[in-house]
Write a protein that binds this ligand. Structure first.
Ligand SMILES: [Zn+2]
Length: 358
């Protein structure tokens, strides 16, 4: 991977780019416990953060932009702002193979296990190298996302954030763009099958189009997609044109908003009402927010110039959407971001918005 579209403009891939120039619980409709009950139960915070060593080790070696230091860049900033004291801290767990296969093809899971044992070779066509233990690390990322989803579905928390998650390029049968297993897809399947949800909003403001999620659910009306990203003519993966709106029964349920290279907060805020209106129209029962920090100015592999204010705005507005329609249920996933300072700023602003949501 790396460059999509032979003969077309050069497309920067997540990885290549660094080297290139350029239920057991609530059923559908069941109300969450009352606010007073929840607060008493969890020590006062309605937001959980799932973090720790297990997901920190999901990162690629040898100076890869998606290195294993991204988790700590976030965590240090969270602590320095005192936000760690204002959330429930939950530990990740390992997703089972059956959970991975809610979304992924068994043959692909086998392939990752084999590459993980040797640590040799690539998992895709070039951006996503194998390393020893990549299967376990990637399974822990999925498990962390499931811990957050269960905390929210059970009413233990109202909102959840997972820093190393939101691996939106992985497909059902392939790795792509630094993403081995698609934790978003597994959570979606879990919410559909285990909890019977039928309207799940997926909002993605990572600089890259969330192709792994989009194409897995292109014809599925359950997943309402709104994805703002750098125009695919200029950036990996090259997809996500405004004309792509879903197919069949899902026609119209997907919104793609390509932003021109160099777009900043003004362009983002101008586009935002369309995202919110689209999601609002479907009255989602659950909101998933992929808040990739690579859409901020200064990212080494993209060309958008948002600030963390955009991420905070989106988080606040989506909490309000979730409160109106989904009993408050929202998950934030960190997604991409290769400038460590941007990761720290954007993700902590999202957590802060979750904590301070009414
Ligand atoms: Zn990205």
């Amino acid at each position: 991977m790396g460059y999509a579209g032979a003969g077309g403009p050069r497309i920067i891939s997540d990885a290549g780019a660094g080297r290139q120039p350029a239920a057991g619980h609530a059923r559908l409709g069941a109300p969450l416990p009352t606010r007073r009950h929840r607060v008493a139960e969890n020590g006062g915070s309605e937001t959980c953060v799932v973090a720790g060593e297990r997901i920190a080790r999901y990162g690629f070696p040898d100076g890869h932009p998606f290195g294993p230091d991204r988790h700590d860049a976030f965590w240090r900033e969270l602590v320095s702002q005192g936000l760690d004291k204002r959330v429930q801290q939950l530990a990740p767990r390992t997703a089972t193979r059956a959970e991975l296969e809610l979304f992924h093809d068994p043959g692909y899971v086998e392939f990752v296990i084999a590459r993980s044992a040797t640590g040799e070779g690539l998992l895709d066509a070039g951006d996503t190298p194998a390393f020893k233990g990549v299967y376990e690390a990637a399974s822990d990322v999925v498990g962390a996302a499931l811990v957050a989803a269960e905390a929210v579905m059970s009413g233990r928390a109202r909102r959840g954030f997972v820093p190393i998650a939101g691996l939106h390029h992985a497909g059902r049968a392939h790795a792509a763009g630094f993403c081995v297993f698609n934790d978003i897809g597994v959570v979606v399947e879990h919410l559909k099958r285990r909890h019977g949800l039928s309207r799940i909003a997926y909002v993605d403001i990572d600089a890259h189009h969330g192709d792994g999620v989009f194409y897995a659910y292109e014809d599925d009306p359950v997943v309402i997609v709104a994805d703002a990203h750098e125009d695919g003519r200029f950036l990996y993966p090259g997809t996500g044109a405004a004309s792509e709106t879903g197919s069949g029964a899902a026609s119209g349920s997907k919104l793609n908003l390509p932003l021109p290279p160099g777009a900043g907060d003004a362009e983002f805020l101008a586009a935002w009402p369309a995202i919110e209106a689209h999601v609002e129209r479907y009255a989602p029962e659950f909101v998933i927010f992929q808040c990739g920090a690579d859409s901020l100015g200064g990212d080494p592999i993209t060309h958008l110039r948002l600030t963390e204010d955009a991420h905070a705005h989106a988080a606040r507005r989506l909490c309000a959407v979730a409160d109106r329609h989904a009993s408050g249920r929202i998950l934030g996933f960190g997604g991409g971001g290769y400038n460590r300072r941007n990761i720290a700023r954007a993700w902590t602003r999202v957590v802060e918005a979750f904590v301070e949501a009414a």
